[in-house]
Structures are given as structure tokens and as C-alpha cells.
Design a binder for this molecule. Structure first.
Ligand SMILES: [Zn+2]
Length: 404
């Protein structure tokens, strides 16, 4: 039972959140059917991979209605423009380079590569966002990436100089097949780099809301180094990013030659400091998570008992884990303000908090607002400075419950 998905070693349990609905499964009516699964996190003592136990079927998550669209956030747009610039620099001296992006979403990054006339291909299984990417002039293949599709792409387009992926690898269950695919598709001196939420940040902030069905893996330098080694590749560089509450960009080369940069050693040491290479680090993580949940519930209860209105800000996928684990529902939080057209008028998965347009939030100016989109705090505090000036308070909870 519960063998590691990468190396088949018996895993150790980290935390169990109980029955969970699909994180992005916002429902239109309170009578709608909801699918629940057991959300639990496991640690592999052999290859250090932190991973989910049971995984709902991918078609349930990335079907035609997949809603998350990258370009709705201006901070993300800036971030991906920088990433595109880095790739353009990387391939600038190469003859007719070929750039492949897994999970190209709406083309937020790849459109900059397309604009430069660089040969490229986006691979995006979600139809709705793939269509948006095509509209920006990006060439897209609508399918899941694995060993087989890598062979097909290599035959049709030749080897890739760069393969990149942002917030994508963490959702690919068969990572071994994806890495075999990278080996097939990548040119010998090519570079794979991918960026995902960083386990070190999740554990140090206790930001457990990053844990939900779409995120199967929680990468660290330790686990990525092992994974690369397993497939005859080498982790050569790590570059920390502030997006998504702390992400890490991992750079991987084919073969085992070459020395990793000093950054890799630095991060591995930091990870060891948090004991991410053994189960004790995760036991502490679970204790911290449970403390935050208790404090948040008590704080909201106290505010509510004073007859104060509480609303939420940002109907994010990740708040599904927090709300269902703490059982915070519409009795505590009146509604969640969100401007995504596909979410307004719906209810949150499991706990059924109504979602209302941002205009309602502005109209009500509630005394207390739980900031579910906490990873965009800077942007949101700037946008809502009038609300705060008028005495409105935001409640955040990582690394501890704070009212400001
Ligand atoms: Zn393992």
C-alpha cells in the first residue's frame, strides 16, 4: 500500500486532510453532485519525493471546463515575460532553436517566444486554455506529455533545445514517463527547466493550502536531484522565485557530466536544516498546520460572536483544502469576492460558500476579509488600499494568523 510513485518504496504518511472535493469543482447549484476523495500526503524515505496518496482521475480536473487562466494576473504576466527573455537569451546563439513548453496555458509565456519567430511548440491538455494560446499565435498540441508523445514530437519537429514547464510537472502522475520523454525529445546539449511551488516554502510557511488534487508532487532539491539521476540526467542549477507563495526553478541537463552551481548546494543545505530529507521534518509541519487551523477558527469565531461580517477574497482552488479541512463554511464567511466570470454566482466545493463579484465587496466594505489569495497579497493590498484606509481588515494565516 501507498508505494512511492517514482521508486516504489514504501512511503510514510505526512498528513491526512480527510474527504476532499475537487479543488476547482465550484458548483452552480447546492443540489449538484460532488466527487470526494481522500486527500493525504506521503513522503518517500528513499527518493525524498513528497506526493499525494489517492489521485482523482485527470479527466475530472483538466477537462474542457478547466478554468484557471494565467494571464488574468498582471504579476504572473510579468513573471512569464522574464522567463521568456531568459529562454530567448539561452537560445540566441543556437541555429534554428526549438523551444517546447509543457502546460503552456493561455500562451502567457510562449507568445513572447512566438513573437520572436522562434520555432516552438506548446503542449496543453486543457482545451479551453489551449484555444486561447492559439489565438496569441502560439503553436499548440492538445494532449498529455509522456514518453509516447515525446517520440511523436521528436519525429515531427526534431530535438528540442529547451524544454520548460511552469506549474505543470507537479500534476503529471507518471513523472518517470515524462522524464523518459524529456530524454527522447531533448538535444544532447539541451536544457530542461521547470518551476513549481517549492516544498521548502510550503513547510516553512506551513502553507498547506498548496496541497490539493491538481498538485500530485511537492518538489525539493533533494527529490528533483534523485529523479533526474534516475533518468540519467543532472540537476545543475536552482533559482528561487517569489511567485505562488514561493516557487523553485530547477535546471536539468542530459547526462551526468558537469558540476552543479553553488546555489544547488546552498538550497540542499537549507532543506536539510528543515529536515526535508527525513520524516521528522514533516511531523513538525503537521503540528504547525493544525495549530494554524485552530487559531484561524478561533479568531473567526471571536469576530463572528461580535456580530461582525466576514467575507473572503479570492475563490482560489487552494482555499478548498483550507475550508474543508477546517470546516469553515457560509455560517462564518458570508461570501467570497472574486472577479472570475466563470466563478461568480457559484459555490465553493464542499463547504458551499457563495461567490460574488468584486463590486459586492466594494459596496459592503466588510470589517473583516479573509485573504484566500494570500500569495497575491502585495498586489491586493495595493488595489484595496481604500478599503484598508476606511478601517477594513484583512486576515491572513501563513505562517501565522494575522489581522492587518
Ligand atoms: Zn521514492
Amino acid at each position: 500500500m501507498d508505494k512511492c510513485k517514482i521508486c516504489k518504496t514504501q512511503t510514510k504518511p505526512v498528513i491526512s486532510f480527510g474527504k476532499m472535493p475537487i479543488a476547482n469543482g465550484f458548483i452552480s447549484s447546492l443540489n449538484a453532485d460532488e466527487f470526494f476523495y481522500d486527500l493525504k500526503v506521503l513522503f518517500c524515505p528513499n527518493c525524498f519525493m513528497v506526493q499525494l496518496g489517492q489521485i482523482p482521475r485527470p479527466e475530472m480536473m483538466f477537462g474542457e471546463t478547466y478554468a484557471y487562466i494565467s494571464s488574468t494576473s498582471s504579476a504572473m504576466a510579468d513573471h512569464f515575460k522574464q522567463q521568456a527573455d531568459e529562454i530567448i537569451r539561452l537560445v540566441s546563439k543556437r541555429k534554428d532553436p526549438f523551444v517546447v513548453e509543457l502546460g503552456c496555458n493561455d500562451g502567457i509565456m510562449l507568445k513572447h517566444i512566438a513573437e520572436k519567430g522562434i520555432n516552438h511548440l506548446g503542449i496543453e491538455p486543457a482545451n479551453n486554455v489551449a484555444d486561447l494560446a492559439k489565438k496569441t499565435g502560439v503553436r499548440v498540441l492538445t494532449e498529455f506529455f509522456d514518453q509516447k508523445s515525446a517520440q511523436k514530437i521528436a519525429r515531427a519537429h526534431g530535438p528540442a533545445d529547451v524544454i520548460c514547464a511552469s506549474n505543470t510537472l507537479l500534476s503529471i502522475e507518471n513523472l518517470n514517463s515524462a522524464f523518459e520523454g524529456f530524454n527522447i525529445l531533448l538535444r544532447d546539449n539541451g536544457l530542461l527547466f521547470f518551476e513549481d511551488p517549492y516544498l521548502f516554502d510550503i513547510v516553512s510557511l506551513s502553507s498547506f493550502d498548496q496541497i490539493y488534487d491538481e498538485h500530485i508532487y511537492y518538489f525539493s532539491g533533494h527529490s528533483v536531484r534523485e529523479l533526474a539521476k534516475r533518468h540519467g540526467m543532472k540537476l545543475v542549477k536552482m533559482n528561487h522565485q517569489d511567485v505562488h507563495g514561493g516557487s523553485m526553478c530547477y535546471y536539468i541537463k542530459k547526462g551526468t557530466a558537469g558540476r552543479p552551481s553553488a546555489q544547488v548546494a546552498k538550497w540542499l543545505k537549507k532543506e536539510k536544516g528543515l529536515k526535508l530529507d527525513r520524516i521528522t521534518g514533516y511531523k513538525r509541519f503537521k503540528r504547525n498546520v493544525d495549530n494554524i487551523c485552530r487559531n484561524l477558527k478561533n479568531t473567526l469565531k471571536k469576530i463572528k460572536s461580535g456580530n461582525n461580517q466576514i467575507v473572503g477574497y479570492g475563490a482560489t482552488s487552494k482555499s478548498t483544502t483550507l475550508l474543508n479541512y477546517t470546516r469553515i463554511g457560509p455560517k462564518t464567511i458570508d461570501y467570497i469576492s472574486d472577479n472570475t466570470p466563470t466563478k461568480i454566482g457559484k459555490f465553493t466545493p464542499g463547504m458551499h460558500i457563495p461567490i460574488k463579484a468584486h463590486s459586492q465587496f466594494t459596496k459592503d466594505s466588510p470589517p473583516f476579509t479573509v485573504l484566500f489569495a494570500w500569495n497575491h497579497k502585495k498586489e491586493i493590498f495595493q488595489k484595496e488600499k481604500d478599503y484598508r484606509k476606511k478601517g477594513g481588515k484583512f486576515i491572513t494565516y501563513f505562517p501565522k494568523v494575522t489581522i492587518e
